[in-house]
Design a protein. Sequence first.
Length: 356
Amino acid sequence: MSYDDPRLAVLYDVDNPDGPDHDFFRGFADHLGANRIVDLGCGTGLLTVTLARAGRTVTGIDPAPAMLERAATRPGGEAVNWVLGTGDVLTPHTTDLIIMSGNVVMHIIGDDWHTTLAAIARALTPNGRLVFEARNPAAHAWKSWNDPVGERDTPVGLLRESVTTEPPDEDGVVRMHCHNEFVETGDVLDVEQSLQFRDRSQIEAGLLAAGLVTLNVWSDWARTPFGGTEAEPLMVFDAALPGCGGTAPLDTRRGRPAAVQDVLSVSRRRPDKTIGRLFFSRGANWRGVLRKVTCKSRGREGGCSGGSSSRWAHDSRSDHQPQSSVGAHTPPPDALAGRVVAPGHGASSGPGRGIG
């Protein structure tokens, strides 16, 4: 069980209000001059609707129907294309900016992470950007996510809730057990969620394996360069295709970062590691279920555009190793604005995907 329940979608909005993180993503989009934006794992669309404006196409993609239904009916929802699905519904070479906010990245587990990054790389235009946040495992955030049983008043009634977490396994996956009891009706929703912690080198390696270069890594929404200490719980990544302001060394014969050549050769020898996987093998459980699971750092930060010398200029550092790849498919046309579209019904052919 996840955010497919409409009551949890309501609680999601309560626990994840607009804040400096959204300011950052909006500012990044404006400075980039992005006209085609995808909010991948858009949740209830609180951020997504604020990205929409005249002359800009905005698409929100999520795997949870209840979240998308709430997104489509919120003020401004008619200006956004809402697509039920995963990264599989991204269309190649069509998107100027892809955003993954909150804990979306951490809910993409194992090989699905590489599949997603490859789909994103294919979807970007030559000057397109990917910007997302992740938690620094050195900060041990999961230790603060254990909450004893407590009660609170919510828009869906009195809620009795608790959260327990397990320490990370050998792959950095933290499992959360979330108990939700709606006191007035007696309904109980016990939710299990998984979040995978990756350090900077692992994330940059995954990006590089998908053919993306890291332009910036910040530790807060004020664009402070990330130093890798346990005092920095947040990592904000800005990535692009080679040639879009990146500084990773290129193999001039093929125009890819040199390290990517090695990864691609490995991928060709082991196609089982890079192709034929759906985005979520265990279902579309992207988001942590309660406020404790979501990003606890809300501050401000910026992104960058191409070779700008402004405050958005990049401080590229790509000095880590690679891994594997794959994924892909479509944001719908403006004619679908305001509707929730399932893949195969006007958006694209491909499986459903999720909410962030």
